[in-house]
Design a protein. Structure first.
Length: 274
């Protein structure tokens, strides 16, 4: 007959019984075990400086048990090399077909409500804002374009970067095209209301630092307009360089205060405003 011991749950403080050989258990149920695991993941563990076994560079080991011997960069590099060695970095046509059938079955009744909850939407919104403000999203966009369309397309054509950038846009039926923000869409509606000819993101400009700048609007073929609610990464620097290096063009920035004035003036005059 097994021997039982009485333990106290570290999460809910309830007493529970376990076999003697399982006396190291800290929780009384799976739910409490999950909560304890989530709590431990969020704890901030002190860092320890180490020398990477692969690149001999100093890195901070922030893991709980301090058993890490390789920096993150070398770990990711090793993972990529392994995938290429095993030829597992791309799916076969059969795998793509199987995945397609699985997704169709999963979402046959529409978008999963458990995925599209207000809490998760808010979480994703915060995550995306953080990525844009840190400049990671811009770098990811560039890397995606290089991977999908090649270096020549990134360096020489506008079509490739347009395709990548427009993947994050939202289509407006009344305007007949996609915009990445409601401010841009609303400004286009104002121009239509005033019968002003406009083009959205008509061309790229090469800057002296090797980067490219894409203004939002071209008005009447002679004036560029930039809609700026937030300044992400080095966007302010790019705008200043454009103003200096392409001074032959008229240029105007519509920031938050200017946009609020336009909104108060036109919101009741334009049917759709989003």
């Amino acid at each position: 007959m097994p021997r039982y011991v009485e333990l106290t749950c570290e999460v809910c403080n309830k007493t529970f019984q376990k076999e003697y050989k399982k006396r190291t258990h800290k929780t009384c149920s799976k739910d409490c075990s999950y909560r304890l695991r989530q709590k431990s993941r969020k704890e901030i563990h002190g860092s320890l400086k180490k020398v990477c076994d692969c690149c001999n560079q100093i890195f901070n080991d922030t893991s709980k048990k301090k058993l890490v011997t390789t920096c993150k960069g070398c770990v990711y590099k090793k993972m990529v090399e392994t995938r290429h060695t095993n030829e597992s970095y791309s799916r076969t046509e059969e795998q793509n077909k199987k995945l397609s059938e699985t997704l169709k079955e999963k979402y046959k009744n529409g978008w999963n409500e458990k995925v599209n909850t207000p809490r998760l939407r808010a979480k994703n919104s915060r995550r995306m804002k953080k990525m844009w403000s840190s400049g990671k999203m811009q770098q990811m966009t560039k890397q995606t374009c290089l991977k999908k369309y090649g270096v020549e397309h990134w360096m020489q054509t506008d079509e490739a970067i347009h395709k990548v950038k427009n993947s994050g846009s939202f289509y407006r039926d009344d305007l007949g095209r996609a915009f990445r923000s409601s401010w841009e869409a609303n400004y286009a509606r104002i121009l239509n209301y005033e019968n002003i000819k406009w083009e959205f993101e008509p061309r790229f400009f090469e800057l002296s630092n090797g980067e490219r700048y894409l203004p939002d609007f071209l008005i009447e073929g002679k004036k560029f307009i930039e809609i700026k609610g937030f300044w992400y990464g080095n966007s302010r620097e790019k705008v200043e360089m454009f103003k200096i290096e392409y001074s032959e063009f008229e240029f105007e920035i519509i920031d938050g205060s200017e946009y609020n004035k336009l909104e108060s003036k036109y919101k009741h005059l334009i049917k759709e405003w989003e």
